[in-house]
Design a protein around this ligand. Sequence first.
Ligand code: 5AD
Ligand code: SF4
Length: 433
Amino acid sequence: MNVYDSQRMADALARDGYQPTEVMEEADLVLLNTCHIREKAAEKVYSELGRIRKLKEERAEKGDELIIGVAGCVAQAEGQEIIRRAPAVDLVIGPQTYHRLPDAVGRARRGEKIVETDYAIEDKFEHLPAPERRAVRSRGVTAFLTVQEGCDKFCTFCVVPYTRGSEVSRPVAQILDEARRLADAGVRELTLLGQNVNAWHGEGPDGEWGLGRLLFRLAEVPSIERLRYTTSHPRDMDDELIAAHRDLDKLMPYLHLPVQAGSDRILKAMNRRHKAVDYLRLIDRIRAARPDIAMSGDFIVGFPGETDEDFEATMRIVREVTYAQAFSFKYSPRPGTPGADMPFQVAEEVKDERLQRLQALLTEQQKAFAAGLVGKEMDILIEKPGRRTGQIVGRSPWLQPVIVDETAGEIGDIVRVRITEAGANSLFSEPVL
Ligand code: 5AD
Ligand code: SF4
């Protein structure tokens, strides 16, 4: 979502003549878009700010100006504290108020220190300018589209309900309008985003819609060929969403559905509000609807109170589900969340050891999944030139990069290929004529 937000911020600033640059030394404005989900991500902001401060000082010596801004969830969570710890920062702005960014940057340039972390009453998306066609084209044939923000689930480890606020769904018309604009500018694949995307709901012309219904509607948008959504909560996988997986060829057979842990005791302590068996049954239903669906997930090891036995239950659920890909993390206590104050925090070495074992298993499954595709045919969406001349890179339905000879098609084409080899991070293929 931060990638999407950064684009929307760039679009908002484009009106005042700002253009993105890859070279920080060239910039008049450096805006860090930050993540607060784990401590490591949040701490990185301060080391990065140290580096940027030096640049600002060098600039000042030459009589030039550099404005430093911090956006994202660290901005939201820490607000004024950021300027206290890093006085070179001119501007702190939380995710709910990006539509006010141009004004905030203007005021910062006039010497004001800005902290903008209130939840806006007005609809941010109503006030954010649509991207220019040229900007969309430069970003490629796949695009993100935020349909939902915030979360009301309050998992006890997670800061999202505090940093991103309570759940808000964007209206159907706004989403369709954005999808059409993206499609008109050449986008072929849309990934719908939300912290809890499958909790999305909206008022359709014929009553209340859920995400499944929205996907059916988006599949009708001309030239959108592929749809994805991320990230989901097991409790919000309703029948219509599962039906969308069954009936919509455009909905890619790949689902990121985090379970976090395999032990019912830990799931309860995490306030996930389902048991391991509920998750397994749900996956059975999804697989019955769409047999070629591959699973992705998130896992946390070392949540407070997690015993060896609890951890073994996580290993078991991974073996039972088999994932094509997954993210796994050591539990990181976050300020203000219930988990941070729970007794029986797990020692760092124990977390390390568990994470290593879990990741070894997940990597093995990921490799096996890729290896299992060798010899198979699939459609890929061509996205960009390859690193080697004569090659182009596409995306498999399961998000793997697939390399093929450039004669196979143009960027934006969907072409049929046969997988010839599974490499470490990508698949190799030949066109099917
Ligand atoms: N510690 C470790 N991982 C976390 N996640 C969220 N909060 C924490 C935390 N405090 C992970 C979850 C979530 C993903 C986005 O980040 O697995 O699904
Ligand atoms: Fe965080 Fe996801 Fe739980 Fe919401 S559902 S609190 S975003 S982990």
